[in-house]
Ligand binder design. Structure first.
Ligand code: C2E
Ligand code: MG
Ligand code: MG
Length: 505
């Protein structure tokens, strides 16, 4: 029986009992009624006490329920591995800034860790989780106290932060980048990672959180794909590029079918003798309406969509066939994208192209950039070792634009380093870049590597890099990339010049 009902029963019982006693027994019943009333008060007290306990219990339960709801909501918005917010938590927290009208000066940093998949795959998830936890700690330490930190997906982090301006954002991104790139030791393993960072700023045109996130994501995409920068601010051209990329993708698929692509060859010259040592194969796209499209516009699209695998195989096959028509001492250099290397059967595809063209593997040099080592190294090592075992050579392309880590040169079977043209003919070259070229050339000489200076446009630059110790050179000074029949002509002319010299001597 409920306490209310118990009390009521006592009350009604007592009144009825009292009234009946008075009626039946008259005044002599007063002591009896008094004891009845005492009994009644005791009953009421008991019922009241029960009522109060239950009320208290109810209040506790309600409080507990409310606390649990808060805890459940907190858990639903928290990433269990790092303790940072998850996507939902991030959106709620930053949405609050917007709701409160405190969003001015908001910057959004979108980070993607380098090589995380590789750590997870090779060292296991437990270590992977520890890496994420450590990265989160570093972010916590670096970010301002009121920043909103979150982890998205497997290895992406978001930082929502209010800053005084772009300079401050740049400084913070630089500091975060350096913090995350510092090697860590976890369970006895030395792990080197780092992150690409895309940044968007809330501006007049960015009205919503959704826009801001889209812009940061786009900026991250650029930060990841650019060989040269790992921190990238959003700019409006990026959205235009996105539309353009979609167009290019569709057209590129058709272009491969319609044979609108060609391979051009640019000579690589031995600086000592001035003779052609090799040709680098460079793809060209002649669009029927848009004219010539440069590789830097369509290669990234091909990489992103996986089209590069088909395209790359075609380039290697065609270029190998052309090289087979040149004298035996003239080699071929072909650029390879990381995506191509990671495709199943990549090494086999290249060996088959060589076999089909009847070209000795030692005449092929594959050019790769340091980007290749950012995402994963186990497949890369296997690929390179397999081909190097067959005699194929490797060149590290655009050296000086990425991490320029000497570790890669030491670890992988490189035979050549190509110093990026920004050191040779770029706007910032000068004494510092001369010193860098000299240092790289010296290292090349010690390790028995060939050093190619890219982008030579003037006789003075040629003399400079030669003096600095580069063994090979490439650039407009010698020749632009030319179609195969003109490459053949260059070889014939060189041969004719040689025989003329031989006759004269
Ligand atoms: P890269 O491999 O570093 O190629 C050298 C680029 O520098 C070529 O641009 C070449 O035309 C250009 N170049 C050569 N000499 C000079 C010079 O004296 N001055 C200046 N300013 N530029 C010079 P291109 O052909 O536009 O290729 C750009 C990049 O696109 C290449 O850089 C390479 O990373 C990529 N690429 C080109 N063809 C292929 C290909 O067949 N496959 C892949 N995966 N990537 C390719
Ligand atoms: Mg190259
Ligand atoms: Mg290059």
């Amino acid at each position: 029986m409920s306490p209310k009902r118990t009390m009521l029963t006592f009350l009604i019982g007592a009144i009825c009992g009292g009234a009946m006693a008075l009626l039946v027994l008259g005044e002599g019943s007063v002591p009896l009624i008094a004891s009845g009333l005492a009994l009644l008060s005791a009953g009421i007290a008991l019922a009241l006490a029960r009522l109060l306990t239950i009320r208290a219990r109810d209040t506790n339960a309600a409080q507990l329920q409310a606390e649990m709801a808060v805890e459940i909501r907190h858990r639903a918005r928290t990433d269990t591995v790092t303790g940072l917010a998850n996507r939902e938590g991030f959106e709620v927290a930053i949405g609050q800034w917007f709701d409160d009208g405190e969003q001015d000066g908001t910057f959004l940093f979108w980070l993607d860790l380098h090589r995380f998949t590789e750590v997870n795959d090779t060292l296991g998830h437990q270590i992977g989780d520890k890496v994420l936890h450590e990265m989160a700690e570093r972010l916590r330490k670096r970010a301002p106290y009121d920043a909103i930190l979150a982890r998205f997906g497997s290895d992406e982090f978001l930082v929502g932060v209010r800053l005084a301006g772009k300079n401050e954002a740049e400084a913070l991104a630089g500091a975060i980048s350096a913090d995350l790139a510092t090697p860590m030791r976890i369970s006895g393993h030395r792990i080197e990672s780092g992150a690409a960072i895309g940044i968007a700023e809330l501006g007049d045109k960015t009205s919503s959180l959704e826009d801001l996130m889209q812009q940061a994501d786009l900026a991250l995409f650029h930060a990841k794909s650019g060989a040269r920068h790992h921190i990238c601010f959003f700019n409006k051209a990026m959205s235009r590029n996105l539309v353009r990329r979609k167009e290019i993708e569709a057209e590129l698929r058709a272009a491969i079918q319609k044979d609108e692509l060609s391979i051009y060859f640019q000579p690589i010259i031995e600086l000592e003798s001035g003779k052609i040592r090799a040709f680098e194969a460079l793809v060209r796209w002649f669009h029927p309406e848009k004219g010539e499209l440069i590789p830097e516009e369509f290669i990234p699209v091909a990489e992103e969509t996986g089209l590069i695998i088909t395209l790359g195989n075609w380039i290697t096959r065609q270029a190998a066939r052309t090289c087979a028509t040149w004298p035996d001492h003239i080699n071929l250099a072909v650029n390879l994208s990381p995506v191509q290397i990671r495709a199943p059967g990549a090494a086999l595809g290249i060996l088959e192209a060589l076999k089909e063209a009847k070209l000795d593997p030692s005449r092929l040099e594959l050019e790769v950039t340091e980007n290749l080592f950012i995402e994963g190294t186990s497949d890369t090592a296997r690929f390179m070792d397999e081909l190097a075992g067959e005699g194929v050579r490797f060149a590290l392309d655009d050296f000086g634009t990425g991490y320029s880590s000497l570790h890669y040169i030491n670890r992988y079977p490189f035979r050549t380093i190509k110093v990026d043209r920004s050191f040779v003919s770029g706007p910032n070259n000068g004494r510092r870049s001369d010193a860098i070229i000299r240092a790289v050339a010296e290292m090349g000489a010690t390790l028995g590597l060939e050093i190619v200076a890219e982008g030579l446009e003037t006789a003075e630059q040629v003399a400079n890099v030669r003096r600095a110790g580069c063994t090979l050179g490439q650039g407009y000074f010698f020749s632009r990339a030319v179609p195969d029949h003109l490459a053949a002509k260059l070889l014939v002319e060189e041969e004719a010049g040689d025989s003329a010299k031989r006759r004269a001597s």
